[in-house]
Design a protein around this ligand. Structure first.
Ligand code: AHG
Ligand code: MN
Ligand code: MN
Length: 337
């Protein structure tokens, strides 16, 4: 593959050639997502200069106050994906119900679930945030609007998963099941250029990421793991470093490249944790497995969890294979130190 200026679009066309029956609809869908990412990136990078900081004065399905950029990013994703004729339905963290494709627009054979802006608490303080997306092929007859059954598919059925991290640079990382590929936005040309081909995550890292203010509410197995992880190796501990940004995409991306484990477990107050299966856990689980890592709720593989509602929560432990397996031993009580 000629690597000079391997843009996302060229990469998608090269991948498309691997599937003779491809119609180009998938390439068009990913291009629409990339367009939304550029629009959001542009707004994020100007956030301090425009009246888009702060609260929007509205609340989302979880009763969480929406930031103006949450609403902007949601509109950017919906507008960019609605007209392309590639989708039959969408799901967004910011909308309680399934988002249909209006009858006047062409419908396609895919559905997309997305978290338009991840890490909202970090928007106003100039810390990295992101967008997460997950794509399935519809399973109901193609002449009708998309239905819940098209969305509530297990994570292992995903066709594609990806995220955008709006950080020191804007990067789009995606997989279609043929490896994980990272593209950096070159603002000169407005193109995403291949910068991280075939990403593989280290089998073991030195980083654990968790919000330790929840420690007292965690189950004993999680507490035992974190106590072990931070203890020095000389005291038979994990000798790991703590790194926690509070934006899932940013914490995940760092650990994907450097190695390590991210944990957002359940606790006594929220046994299913805070993160959502459809548009946070599943897409990142697909990516991390494709990069050689692992993703679990502490007991089950994330991608095997049967979804029963659009905004279902799940505990999430994902990252380097060996680190996730060690955490699972503690969580399942097979190990105490
Ligand atoms: P979102 O902004 O889409 O609601 O996601 C926020 C999530 C995730 O990005 C992050 O890992 C987690 O919230 C942080 O939660 P705590 O502040 O409870 O640690
Ligand atoms: Mn999120
Ligand atoms: Mn969000």
């Amino acid at each position: 593959m000629n690597s000079f200026m391997m843009t996302l679009n060229r990469h998608l066309v090269e991948q498309e050639r691997l599937y003779p029956q491809a119609t180009g609809a998938f390439t068009s869908l990913l291009s629409d997502i990339a367009l939304a990412a550029k629009v959001i990136s542009h707004q994020v990078n100007k956030a301090g200069l425009l009246d888009i900081l702060g609260l929007a004065g509205s609340r989302n399905v979880f009763g969480e106050e929406q930031q103006k950029l949450d609403v902007f990013a949601n509109e950017a994703m919906i507008r960019s994906l609605r007209f392309g004729g590639t989708l039959c339905a969408m799901v967004s963290e910011e909308d309680e119900e399934l988002i249909p494709i209006p009858d006047e627009f062409p419908r396609g054979k895919y559905v997309c679930c997305f978290d338009p802006l991840d890490g909202s608490s970090n928007i106003d303080v100039n810390v990295s945030i992101g967008t997460i997306f997950s794509i399935y092929r519809r399973i109901t007859p193609e002449d009708a609007p998309g239905k819940l059954e098209d969305i509530l598919q297990p994570g292992y059925s995903q066709l594609c998963a990806g995220y955008v991290v709006y950080g020191s640079s804007t990067m789009l990382v995606y997989t279609t099941g043929a490896g994980v590929h990272g593209f950096t936005l070159d603002p000169t040309y407005g193109s995403f250029v291949l910068s991280h081909p075939k990403i593989k995550t280290p089998s073991k890292g030195k980083i654990y990421s968790a919000n330790e203010s929840n420690y007292d509410d965690w189950e004993p197995g999680v507490q035992n793991y974190i106590r072990w992880a931070k203890k020095s190796t000389s005291a038979n501990g994990g000798g790991m470093n703590s790194r926690y940004i509070g934006s899932l995409v940013a914490d995940f991306h760092r650990n994907l490249l450097k190695g390590g484990v991210f944990l957002y477990p359940g606790d006594h107050t929220n046994p299913q944790g805070k993160l959502r299966l459809l548009y946070e856990a599943n897409p990142l689980a697909f990516i991390v497995e494709q990069a050689g890592g692992k993703a679990t709720d502490g007991r089950r593989r994330i991608l095997d969890i049967p979804p029963d509602n659009l905004h279902q929560h799940t505990p999430l432990i994902l990252g380097s294979k060996d680190d996730v397996e060690t955490a699972m031993e503690f969580i399942q009580g097979k190990r105490k130190s």
